[in-house]
Design a protein around this ligand. Structure first.
Ligand code: HEC
Length: 117
């Protein structure tokens, strides 16, 4: 599958580099999927973990925001209340249109899970 390998290769390299430079780092460890929330909000209807589909993949999103200091706050806000598109013309639908209102706490869980991918 073209496109799949290079991303994996980059991630593997990044992970190796990280392991060397930060032996005790566990901040990027895989966060367990909050499955109920993901189902309720239909996240996987548009996103996949590693293949851009109707929306950027969660890997792409994680790569872009992982090291940005205020990214979690910004993304929590965006998941709950929407905002300007950062990837193209298509904005993400609001929670009401995805399956129901989303609390700040639940949005944070989802963002932390996305950024760990
Ligand atoms: C109907 C399709 C759809 C669904 C359902 C959906 N998304 Fe998205 N998502 C998008 C699109 C399109 C974008 C790109 C928007 C943009 O350009 O900022 C996006 C962007 C994002 C971003 C990056 C936002 C940014 O500002 O860069 C995150 C994080 C995200 N989605 C998480 C989720 C999570 C978590 C769920 C489930 C709660 C979800 N999405 C459900 C379509 C969807």
């Amino acid at each position: 599958m073209p496109g799949r390998l290079p991303v994996r290769a980059i991630l593997v390299r990044a992970a190796a580099a990280l392991a060397v430079s930060l032996p005790a780092a566990s901040a990027f460890a895989q966060v367990a999927e909050p499955t109920d929330l993901v189902d309720q909000q239909h996240c996987m209807f548009c996103h996949t973990s590693d293949e851009p589909f109707l929306a950027p993949s969660f890997h792409q999103i994680a790569e872009r925001y992982r090291d940005k200091p205020n990214a979690t706050t910004m993304l929590v806000e965006k998941l709950r209340h929407g905002g300007k598109a950062h990837w193209g013309d298509m904005a993400m639908p609001l929670p009401e249109d995805r399956g129901g209102p989303l609390s700040a706490e639940d949005a944070r869980k989802l963002v932390q899970w996305v950024l760990s991918q």
